[in-house]
Design a protein around this ligand. Sequence first.
Ligand code: FEO
Length: 167
Amino acid sequence: MINERVEKALNEQVNAEIYSAYLYLSMSSYFESVNLPGFAQWMKAQAQEEMVHGMKIYDFIHERGGRVLLSAIEAPQTEWANPVAVFVATLEHEQKVTALINGLVDIAIAEKDHATNIFLQWFVTEQVEEEASVDAVLQKLKMVGDQGHGLFMMDRELGARGAVATS
Ligand code: FEO
């Protein structure tokens, strides 16, 4: 049976992951609105990944005999100044999520919940990758600038990111 404090913290993370999906979907729609379909596809795949993260935690809570209590998802921002601003916000958001995951690990350790600690290690590693991949796009985008041929080429490149398997 899962400890109440751990259960509550994991429930909050389900909300945070689904909010991340919502935010990235909003960014995807922004990119559609400025005619960057490749960036839009990249963000849509990112949103799908976040749903997978949320569902992993959702399933884990049940596996441990806990209860998922879904709460309201905050409305995400809908407009950004330019593509660079979107990726600056994405990196900041991922850094925030990393801090949340680290906080969850701290709780699991404090509560001597070894199973949750081990479960969360996947997320610790995933956050390293998430921050690195977002930063790679951001750095390239800063070099390319917010318009012209370079941006067009980058859009084609990012559009190659396929849909994420959801099961
Ligand atoms: Fe689920 Fe991008 O962190």
